[in-house]
Design a protein around this ligand. Structure first.
Ligand code: G3H
Length: 435
């Protein structure tokens, strides 16, 4: 591992001196190669993480677009510098000039999750590289083949040896050796609670952590219920609910809850369940332990009196989609993140009750509100303590240049292309003292 970090540091020093337009050119090349190889990489995603075939291709294309956009945004951000004169500060004369611009941090450690092994790798790699950093990637166990193919595209695009490395050893075998390595100058992590432990042990390095969510969907009594139902389905069941931005709790006002649940149930019945190769809507979740965990949440809710609108069904890691109604605060599903195809519904009497529920969660990633009254929407958005609130649409990270951040246990820092470039650079000043 030391050898890898030494090589990264050496390559980084040279890379930082490569003209910005050439760094951008190399990124565009990698993006083109990624697009050329989209089918083979998508096939890996299908096989490794059971992502539906079409969504797998979308992930690769989205990643190539991400790289292109980052190259262009990097040119804009990093070509700008500042010149300050001192005499605006009391007691100073006009006798010096302060020139500042952004410089790379050094070596960025990128730890992406299994649900977007390509896209959430690229969203760390591309901003790091355009800014003149080296990157060490720790791909997820499941998804590592897709991630390695993607990294190969960077190598084929001509990025120097040592600048982008991947380490595929099991995290359990690594202990803290990787995340606390002294050569690391920045950590960008997306995943679960293990990120909290990483953050606590990390040294004096900037952190960008995205650690999950319990995204609430508040549906008010004046909402377009067809729109809300469609978004609950899309938001809750895309990739079988294995997204940090999935709708993970519906907070529906009593007066419209029955109608909403009925509409959602009609759509749940239409979801196809099966293998990812044929683009089933619901595919097997990533591991047996994950399926067991989801099952535990469903059983707990059922035993405590929640209503399961669909019969609970599981074959191996494949779990059929379920809407769980009449959920109460004493049930685990109210607070825990299932990362699976289940959506709990809590009926609320007032808007304040919905907002208070959302703000009581340890997570604060995103949330959404459905209403036809923009003033109510803005009041709810203002009151919801989450990194982003979507009005009349399901939570989502993209478009990828939008800021993306979580409050409380959902994370540290902000993502999105511009924010990531800023985060992976530092301001450097040179002061010219005039005679
Ligand atoms: O799983 C976490 C991702 O950041 C969510 O991204 O909203 O594009 O699915 P997404």
């Amino acid at each position: 591992m030391d050898h890898m970090f030494d090589a990264a540091r050496e390559a980084q020093r040279a890379w930082a001196r490569v003209p910005l337009w050439r760094r951008a050119e190399a990124l565009h090349k990698a993006a083109a190669l990624l697009k050329q190889n989209k089918d083979v990489i998508a096939e890996c995603l299908v096989k490794e993480v059971a992502k539906p075939a079409k969504d797998s291709v979308t992930e690769v294309v989205r990643s190539a677009d991400f790289i292109d956009y980052t190259a262009e945004e990097g040119i804009r951000i990093l070509s700008e510098g500042k010149c300050l004169v001192p005499d605006s500060f009391p007691g100073n004369e006009r006798n010096k000039l302060c020139l500042s611009s952004r410089i790379p941090l050094g070596v960025v450690l990128a730890i992406p999750p299994f649900n977007y092994p390509v896209n959430l790798s690229v969203s760390k790699i591309a901003p790091a590289l355009i800014a003149g950093n080296a990157v060490v990637v720790k791909p997820p166990m499941q998804g590592s083949v897709a991630a390695l193919h993607m990294i190969q595209c960077f190598h084929l695009a001509g990025f120097p040896k040592g600048l982008i490395s991947a380490i595929t050893i099991k995290v359990a075998d690594l202990g803290d050796a990787l995340t606390t390595h002294p050569a690391i100058n920045c950590i960008s992590f997306t995943g679960g609670d293990s990120g909290i432990a990483i953050a606590k042990r990390a040294g004096m390095v900037p952190l960008q952590m995205e650690l999950g969510g319990k995204d609430a969907c508040i549906v008010l009594d004046d909402a377009d219920l067809d729109l809300a139902a469609a978004n609950i389905i899309k938001g809750g069941f895309s990739f079988s609910g294995q997204r940090c931005t999935a709708v993970k709790i519906v907070l529906a006002m009593d007066t419209i809850a029955n109608k909403l649940v009925e509409k959602v149930n009609v759509k749940v019945a239409r979801l196809s369940v099966g293998p990812p190769e044929v683009d089933s809507d619901i595919t097997p979740v990533v591991s047996e332990s994950s399926a067991d965990f989801i099952e535990g949440l469903v059983m707990d809710a059922r035993q405590k009196g929640a209503k399961l609108w669909q019969e609970y069904r599981r074959e191996g890691n494949l779990i059929w989609p379920i809407l769980i109604d009449n959920v109460r605060p004493d049930m685990r599903i109210t607070w825990e993140e299932p990362f699976g195809p289940i959506i709990p519904v809590i009926r609320i009497r007032t808007i304040e009750e919905g907002v208070q529920h959302c703000n009581s969660s340890r997570y604060g990633l995103q949330g959404c509100v459905f209403t036809n009254n923009i003033h109510r929407a803005l009041i709810v958005s203002d009151a919801m303590e989450t990194g982003t609130v979507q009005i009349n649409s399901a939570p989502a990270r993209g478009p990828d240049h939008f800021p993306f951040q979580g409050l409380r246990d959902s994370g540290i820092g902000s993502q999105g292309i511009t924010n990531s470039i800023h985060m992976m650079t530092k301001v450097k000043s040179t002061v010219i003292n005039l005679p």
